[in-house]
Write a protein that binds this ligand. Structure first.
Ligand SMILES: [Zn+2]
Ligand SMILES: [Zn+2]
Length: 750
């Protein structure tokens, strides 16, 4: 055989396979057959930044391998996503380039979709959407109104950065170090202004309790939920002021309650006003609220503390000063907590700062709080009840920016805040709005602002704040499950939702914990509201895999450091399959992937060697002769090869089902080594391969290629074609290693 065998050429085979998949309809979410398992694999929703980065490649390589694996096993698979397209980064990029944000977003999306297709990700591209599309944000507005009606959205004052020169509020990333404006470099100041908030506290307990039942969530994703929820176990008891007013206080130190020295109130405690009777203290509280509350317990030395001058009576009748500090929020949420400096380090810091508490660190202890509360016998306190507190806080959802979903309310002098009737949605964002970084361009558009009050008909003004893109993300996991043509009418009511939701698996970066927590909250709200009643536990994701980020040279990739790895360059040089294999192989999902050329060189070598090896063995088969005696002599070797294949397949199947793709890839490379080892042993024993050996080896290589398909789909399928396998082998997962051992089997087939 002197035929020239083509060497591995990703640039040739990859476009060809991608065309075949499109033809075959691989990408489309199928209509599931009766009784067929149906799964929705939800990857993360990218911002329309204009470029996939290596973190995306990692995310989608894991998700795509899983989607392909489940498809090959006979499940109906929906693998779809949409772009998170509103928000500041797109607005700033548009200002910089002097293009309309809508145009910029479209350009970026097109480019990113091109990159995804080039990498061979098998998304249902017909279902891709942009959160900034009118048909999409109409439903953000619908959701806003539904949550508003349920009391889960409210308006309150919040502190924001403000530039007097630019007449605009600034996001924190627009405030330079030293507190100056990114645009004009003048000093920025904090102002108070009305802001919309989403209430998460109603569902926080259920969100916490459900965690123990989420068996298909990996440890990283569960840990982030626990952290965000921030549960503290403890006790609560009812105290009274000398004048009879009551207050319920919490403490995690159930055995030390009798040693309380003060009470610390959250500035957001519902009854805080009633404990602030002195106008001077009221002013102080107002100032404190403007200063922001996001402080951690470690800041107990510097966190603001206000002495209200008020007193409540402790468990033993002792007088406890009532103090106010956002330290409570950072630890236990908007509650009241007993300050027990003897046993609590943060409380000791606070006590040392307030003279009226009159507390001194115990002898020999400078810091206080070091005492083990369980070692000191203290009197039982009557009336203490077991309870818990949660740190998770409501968060602001509105921004003074123009590239976002318009908030569907009207401000009327007579009626106050009036929701826009559902029939009048969407409140359209003018597509030709050009942000400048100065002022709020939306507020200057008379055609947008001036409106009749939906309630009384008088002249009124539209709300000109927009929703933060975090709000759009509350339901970014929903639209893929609805056919595009039905989204205008049935985004939350289409029958297919019951078929695909909850998503079988969310694959996302470990910085997505906040999004996921909020999505879990909103699912429960919509369950209570009726639309998602079929998800009884209110959980949008039955399974979840969080992966760590991709870094380079031990550091976060950044243009500044010059260590950004460009996926396009890698694909150009090595091909999509090599890049995908390298990303999967280099680290398990729970580990940070420190990118190095080692992984890509390893993957490249593996694919090239496998390619050449298969081509050579296929070409050599016609020359292999069958000799019954030789075949009998190597039967035990073929049997061992079959066992290796069986073992390898079992492991790869198990690891892939658990999304531990790094193990799958490692076992694929090991299986290849075993197959080569088989040949070496036969050659050593007999000098050549019998036809029975050659056929067993080709069967083993076909098995390897089939198991390779989810990870390196182009090369895997092309190898199967070279091995003479039919369409069925390309599209199905092997259930067992079909490696012929008995010489008879080969005698009958040759
Ligand atoms: Zn400025
Ligand atoms: Zn009105």
């Amino acid at each position: 055989m002197s035929e020239a065998k083509p060497s591995y050429d990703a640039a040739r085979i990859e476009p060809a396979r991608q065309a075949a998949w499109a033809e075959r309809g691989d990408y489309e979410a199928p209509r599931p057959a009766e009784g067929q398992p149906r799964i929705y694999v939800k990857p993360s929703s990218p911002f329309t930044s204009g470029n996939l980065h290596m973190g995306h490649v990692r995310d989608y390589s894991i998700g795509d391998a899983y989607a392909r694996f489940r498809r090959a096993r006979g499940d109906a698979v929906l693998f779809g996503f949409g772009f998170d397209a509103f928000g500041l980064p797109a607005e700033l990029a548009a200002i910089e380039r002097q293009v309309l944000p809508a145009e910029w977003v479209e350009r970026c999306g097109d480019r990113m979709l091109g990159q995804m297709k080039r990498l061979g990700f098998s998304f249902d591209y017909d279902r891709v959407f942009y959160s900034s599309d009118e048909g999409q944000y109409r439903w953000s507005q619908w959701l806003f109104l539904a949550l508003y009606e349920m009391g889960m959205i409210y308006r309150d004052d919040a502190t924001v950065d403000w530039c007097d020169t630019c007449q605009t509020t600034l996001a924190s990333i627009q405030v330079e170090e030293g507190g100056t404006c990114w645009r004009c470099h003048n000093e920025v100041r904090l102002i108070r202004r009305p802001t919309w908030f989403l209430k998460v506290t109603d569902h926080v307990e259920e969100n916490d309790e459900n965690l123990s039942g989420l068996d298909d969530w990996d440890e990283l994703s569960l840990a982030t939920q626990r952290y965000i929820i921030g549960r503290t176990e403890g006790v609560e008891l009812d105290l009274r002021a000398p004048d009879g007013r009551g207050m319920t206080v919490f403490s995690p130190h159930r055995r030390a309650l009798a040693r309380a020295r003060f009470v610390l109130l959250s500035p957001r405690h519902p009854e805080v006003e009633s404990w602030v009777t002195d106008p001077a203290v009221g002013e102080e509280l107002e100032g404190l609220r403007s200063g922001g509350w996001e402080r951690s317990a470690r800041d107990a030395r510097s966190v603001p503390v206000i002495d209200t001058g008020e007193t409540v009576l402790g468990p033993a009748g002792e007088e406890l000063p009532v103090l106010v500090s956002p330290l409570v929020d950072a630890r236990f949420g908007p509650t009241a907590a007993l300050g027990i400096p003897d046993v609590d380090e943060a409380d000791a810091e606070i006590a040392a700062r307030v003279d009226r508490v009159g507390w001194q660190p115990p002898e020999g202890e400078r810091e206080g709080g070091g005492e083990d509360p369980d070692s000191v016998p203290t009197p039982e306190v009557e009336g203490a009840r077991e309870t818990k507190r949660y740190r998770a806080n409501d968060f602001s959802i509105s921004r003074q920016r123009s590239w976002g979903t318009p908030i569907p309310v009207v401000n009327c002098d007579a009626c106050g805040v009036v929701p826009v009737p559902e029939a009048d949605l969407p409140v359209a964002l003018p597509r030709d709005l050009m942000p400048s970084g100065e002022g709020n361009p939306l507020a200057e558009r008379a055609d947008f602002v001036e409106v009749e009050c939906p309630s009384c008909g008088a002249a009124a003004r539209r709300e000109t704040d927009t929703l933060d893109c975090h709000f759009d993300a509350l339901f970014l996991w929903v639209p893929s499950a609805v056919p595009p043509e039905a989204r205008a009418e049935q985004m939350f009511t289409h029958p297919d939702l019951k078929q695909w939701l909850p998503a079988e698996r969310l694959v996302a970066g470990n910085d997505s914990g906040g999004f996921v927590f909020d999505q879990r909250t909103v699912t429960k709200a919509l369950r209570d509201h009726g639309e998602f009643a079929f998800m009884a536990d209110g959980e949008p994701f039955a399974g979840c895999l969080f992966h760590e980020m991709v870094i380079a040279d031990g550091r976060k990739m950044s243009k500044h450091l010059g260590n950004v790895v460009d996926p396009d360059e890698l694909v150009e040089r090595y091909g999509a399959d090599t890049v995908r294999l390298a990303v999967l192989y280099a680290a398990g999902p729970a580990k940070t992937l420190n990118w190095s050329d080692g992984a890509v060189r390893f993957a490249s070598r593996f694919l090239r060697n496998l390619w050449t090896y298969v081509q050579d063995r296929v070409a050599a088969l016609p020359d292999a002769v069958h000799d019954p005696e030789a075949a009998a002599d190597t039967e035990h070797m073929r049997d061992r090869l079959r066992k290796w294949c069986d073992n390898g397949l079992g492991r790869i199947t198990e690891d892939t089902a658990e999304l531990q793709m790094h193990k799958s890839v490692r076992n694929l490379t090991r299986l290849f080594e075993r197959i080569q080892d088989f040949e070496k042993r036969v050659l050593k024993r007999r000098g050549q391969l019998d036809r029975a050996d050659a056929e067993a080896q080709l069967a083993a290589l076909a098995l390897l290629a089939r198991a390779l398909v989810p990870f390196a789909p182009h090369a895997g399928e092309e190898l199967l074609i070279a091995l003479g396998q039919g369409e069925d082998a390309l599209c199905s997962w092997p259930e067992s290693a079909d490696v012929p051992v008995k010489p008879e089997s080969s005698a009958t087939t040759s």
